[in-house]
Design a protein around this ligand. Structure first.
Ligand SMILES: Nc1ncnc2c1ncn2[C@@H]1O[C@H](COP(=O)(O)OP(=O)(O)OP(=O)(O)O)[C@@H](O)[C@H]1O
Ligand SMILES: [Mg+2]
Length: 259
């Protein structure tokens, strides 16, 4: 077994990257062995999946795993099938480390740290899911270079529409220069308020611009999904309501990932 690595990103903040990564990791872990990787110093995925204060993970996060270029000592078991490599504030120092202590110069040196780190545990899992930060910095470049499949998240705003083209350009750039086998699996349109005509217009505009690259599934705002950070995934009466629309998306994603 060697894991397929799927990442969720867009540099626009608040586009449901973390919620989607968390729900996809949770759903996949019902049938497969899954490693979720929090690559955002906000530590939101860590908090979502563990319910813990992210500071508790200090010294045992993806930052230290990348510095060691070995993930094995940094895996936290959420459940038998769902494992996590956490993040917290100090991940914000990753770029400083990369250019000072690590002295990265060539593009491959600075872009493949995460890929090399995850290679040390990849055979233990069926899927590795990466939650990217809302920026096009070194963490995002490393996540893209480590990925087999990238999902671009789109929330229905003009700012996100503007961000999407540049995110995809960054993906093509990484594919061309560092990671030729990486595939953009598609654009997931989410956080839609179906009562708003501007939301409908924007999701149509994304379809018009990007065509088949868009997943057919479009995710709407759902209060239970929004509350997951409070309720968690266990002993949560609302869980089915929170994740139901994600099951259709996951089916589509699996078709694109499994070919
Ligand atoms: N399907 C949904 N329905 C309702 N609320 C949602 C849904 N998905 C996410 N949210 C809420 O929207 C906000 C942003 O979501 P989330 O944190 O997942 O986005 P993000 O892209 O990871 O943000 P950031 O760019 O800060 O990392 C959160 O408050 C979250 O609870
Ligand atoms: Mg997030």
């Amino acid at each position: 077994m060697t894991a397929k690595i799927i990442s969720f990103g867009i540099q626009k903040g608040g586009s449901s990257k973390t919620t989607t990564s968390g729900i996809v990791s949770y759903l996949l872990s019902q049938d497969y062995r899954v490693l979720a990787v929090d690559l955002d110093s906000q530590g939101n995925l860590t908090e979502l999946l563990t319910g813990r204060d992210v500071v508790e993970f200090r010294g045992k996060t993806i930052l230290e795993a990348m510095q060691a270029q070995n993930a094995s000592g940094y895996v936290y078991q959420v459940t038998d099938n769902l494992h996590l490599i956490a993040a917290e504030d100090l991940l914000a120092t990753f770029s400083r480390w990369l250019y000072s202590d690590f002295r990265a110069k060539a593009i491959n040196d600075r872009s493949l740290i995460l890929a090399k780190t995850l290679a040390t545990v990849r055979d233990n899992y069926d899927y590795i899911v990466i939650d990217m930060p809302p920026a096009l910095g070194d963490q995002t470049i490393n996540a893209l270079a480590a990925s087999d499949y990238v999902v671009a998240m789109f929330e229905a705003s003009k700012f996100c529409y503007s961000a999407l083209g540049r995110f995809l350009e960054t993906c093509w750039h990484v594919k061309e220069r560092v990671s030729p086998n990486m595939v953009v699996a598609g654009i997931l349109r989410g956080l839609i308020d179906s009562r708003r005509s501007d939301n409908k217009f924007l999701i149509g505009q994304v379809k018009e611009t990007y065509g088949e690259l868009c997943f057919d599934s479009v995710l709407t705002r759902n209060a239970a999904a929004g509350r997951l950070a409070i309720t968690g995934f266990e002993n949560n009466n609302e869980i089915n309501q929170a994740v139901s629309q994600y099951r259709d998306f996951l089916k589509e994603l699996m078709q694109r990932v499994e070919g």
